[in-house]
Ligand binder design. Sequence first.
Ligand SMILES: [Fe+2]
Length: 464
Amino acid sequence: MVASVAVALASLAGIAAGHTEHGNTLTRPGDARYHPTRHPDRIVLIPGADAARQAAVSWRTGARVRQSQLQWTRAVDSPGLQLSAITVMGQTRPLKSGNGLAHHHSVRLSGLEPDTLYAYRVRGDDTWSEWLQFRTAADAFKPFSFLYFGDAQNSVRSHFSRVIRGGFRASPDVSLLLHAGDLVNQREGNHDDEWGEWFEAGGFLHGMVATLPVAGNHEYLTIETPGKPERRVLGPHWTSQFSPPRNGPAGFEDTVYFVRYSGVLFVVLDSMRALDEDGAAAVQGRWLDDVLTRDQSRWVIISHHHPVFSVALGRDNPALRKHWMPIYERHGVDLVLQGHDHAYGRGHNVAEGRNTVGDSGGPVYVVSVAGPKQYIAADSARGGLERIGEDMQLYQLIRLEVDRLHYQSLTMSDRVYDAFELAYRPGEPKRFIPRLAPGLNETRCANPTPPRKTRCWEGDELTR
Ligand SMILES: [Fe+2]
């Protein structure tokens, strides 16, 4: 059933024969660089709703592999991992692309022990992947760090690779990788090469550090049918490659979910559908309100693709301020991590028009970008946001301690572009503490020949 839907969707979108547009990847027309083989690739680990006990693994093979098979065990000193390994079967779904017919596999693991190191491998055609190791989340609050990336989207292998690898180099013990939407550029067509580049950019990290994927506008395909209104459908790669917990509201299970990780609540929302479909923002808002009402986590972090407060010239999403922002403020959400605007922006208490250092209250809103597509920031955004930047690829390293959240946004020359802390004190309001060195200038677009008035770089001119 699932497989037939995926194939039907592929043919519906006319994407079976599609290949990457020239320029947006390092692959050249006619190449089939990312054709699926007997060897498992695109291995990605996603935490379950209870990340102390549940996880899901997805991977890709050629079509000769008809069963989804994974072996897992507690990590041991001996290389004889297979002696204690348990075999688990999962789901397989076909997906045809310009790189050929692939089988995408997924296995859900449950009954794991909290804060425990595991090893697993996945099956190919008469072969296996390497053993990959990961640690489950703790049962109660335990300090950890994670990386947050804005849009990778364009020239992913050429330019996003240094960002995800730079983040890992800066903090190799991170527990999560959060991608705030537009992981690749696909909009129309299959663009399997772009997904190949995304997985290659992060390499083994995707299989050993749990990923939180957020769907952006580019995760949706535009379907044009003569005589009918244009509509968007979630690209088949998303559901083939990612297995989030599926605990979102009915009808939103593919892209809306929450994960409890070591005493911290992460909630992922679908801002594309919120902005595109009548009622979709309200449905997600009611669900979020319910999740937050029942939640006792130490920190609450929300991510969606489109910003509540836009940075880029000519952009605004008032529906998110209407439907979601009051819920964030009512429940004391700590961070809202976003993308889409291809620039950097961070604001604190922007809703109240009070950016006074030391103010307590509302969440800190961040927009960031990891890939090379770079937009120009709007002057109006400078009035509301505290830190803005253009023409930079960034990653954010966030460390959570029981009474303090440490945030840093870092550039590809290892510069700290933004930094702050949030401090909790028992019985007192949360405090925002700026940690930027004084006198730092705002980085502005330095491209002498920008492609458009609103853009510093398109991002796909850089691989030629
Ligand atoms: Fe976007």
